[in-house]
Design a protein around this ligand. Structure first.
Ligand code: GLY
Length: 427
């Protein structure tokens, strides 16, 4: 055997053993995201080439090309997603020697500007559970990217504030204080699972202040346990909202708010459950949360296969349109739910046994592959990353739209793949 052929075969075997076949080019899609971020930043510039940092991108409706922005506020739950997109893009770019330093500097400048606009919310009394979304995506992502101690302190202050919504009798955080009267009790929504991350992270950060640390962890764990008990049907699908008695905390009923029906599977609600329980396991290492994360994932994947023509779900898996055949219309899809699930599965796949891990990982990649086609990517149509998300279908709002949180979780998932396959987010 010729020496060069022998070495060639050996090299193939070694490479073949070490790496999985690259089924999806995450770097290509990350470059696409960076391009869209820069396009968006151009459109967000004011006449004097500055930015109004108090106006955060929220959605791009059908036929529009640029972000509709909303004023940063405690009652604007999406306030943190755009700063989060900028911080993630910055964190990836700063490691890339090929990127021009002025582009990296611009990203950092605008990420800081949009994050700073959120600061006044922290000193206000907590409006609702969304304080978690607002601060995890801005301050925590900023802290991860820069180590800026001020962001950490602001996030700790937010955790303290969020904890005040906990109702010890019900065993959960009050998600929407403004709806207690009309819903007839203490309400908790599935989305609230996501915001436990702020408390669990904060609990770890203040380990030396035992009373505070234990309290925040206990609140998060009790919320997750109570939700596990009351928010799910036998098959693992969830209600969007659960109402508890305000005084003695007993379960009154499960219902929907953004889904098709009380008994239906609202796709984004289920995606919050998948991500939420995976994240709670990350912090607690309690196997009951890991088992539950798999249960809520498995029913989602089963129903997805039954109802959708690809890996992106319908906005609700029980809408009448899917009764007779798998629905093909993008108008009925919710790309944001697919992004949340893909990001969650790329974490969950690392906690479970090898075979299940492989299935979850492949499912996540299949979701990202579909999302990265011209069916979902906005490309030249608008400055977002993705199209075809559904915000609040029953209210007729943000239907078939680009929505900022879809972009946020899409980028987060892409960066996780880059971490897994190519080393820390290198391009
Ligand atoms: N947290 C609100 C939503 O998922 O639309």
């Amino acid at each position: 055997m010729k020496k060069s052929f022998f070495y060639g075969v050996m090299l193939c075997l070694i490479v073949g053993c070490q790496s999985q076949p690259i089924a999806f080019d995450a770097n290509k899609e990350l470059n696409y995201c960076t391009l869209q971020v820069h396009k968006a930043l151009q459109t967000l510039q004011t006449a004097d080439s500055c930015y109004d940092y108090t106006m955060e991108p929220r959605n791009i409706l059908e036929g529009e090309t640029t972000w509709n922005c909303r004023k940063v506020a405690a009652n604007e739950w999406c306030s943190g997603f755009w700063p989060g997109v900028l911080w993630m893009d910055y964190a990836a770019q700063v490691k890339n020697e090929k990127v021009k330093s002025e582009d990296v500097d611009l990203l950092r400048k605008v990420a800081e500007g949009y994050t700073e606009a959120i600061v006044p919310i922290i000193s206000q009394p907590v409006y609702d559970h969304d304080l978690g979304f607002i601060t995890i995506n801005s301050f925590l992502k900023g802290y991860e990217a820069t180590g800026n101690e001020r962001y950490k302190q602001l996030a700790l202050q937010a955790a303290d504030s969020l904890a005040t919504l906990f109702n010890d009798k019900a065993g959960t955080i009050l998600s929407w204080p403004r709806h207690v009267k009309d819903y007839g009790g203490h309400n908790t929504i599935m989305d609230n699972m996501m915001n436990l991350e702020l408390l669990l992270w904060a609990s770890q950060e203040v380990k030396n202040e035992k009373v505070k640390s234990d309290k925040w962890k206990e609140i998060a764990v009790r919320h997750a346990e109570t939700t596990m008990k009351n928010h799910f049907r036998e098959d693992g699908s969830c209600y969007h909202v659960v109402i508890y008695d305000t005084i003695d905390g007993h379960f009154i009923k499960g219902m929907t708010h953004q889904g098709y029906a009380d008994s239906s599977m609202w796709s984004r609600g289920q995606s919050w459950a998948i991500y939420g329980y995976t994240m709670v396991y990350r912090f607690t290492k309690d196997k009951c949360f890991l088992d539950f994360a798999q249960k809520v994932t498995d029913i989602y994947l089963k129903r997805l296969k039954e109802t959708s023509d690809d890996w992106v779900p319908l906005w609700d898996m029980d809408i009448p349109e899917m009764k007779n055949e798998r629905v093909k219309s993008e108008k009925l899809k919710d790309a944001s739910a697919a992004c949340v699930v893909a990001s969650a599965l790329l974490e969950l796949c690392q906690y479970v046994d090898a075979e299940k891990g492989k299935n979850y990982r492949e499912a996540a990649i299949a979701m990202l592959r579909d999302l990265s086609t011209d069916r979902y990517q906005s490309r030249d149509k608008n400055v977002a990353f993705l199209m075809h998300s559904t915000g609040h279908h029953p209210a007729g709002s943000e239907i078939d739209a680009s929505i900022i949180y879809a972009d946020y979780y899409y980028l987060e998932a892409l960066l996780k793949i880059a971490d897994i396959e190519y080393g820390a987010a290198s391009f």
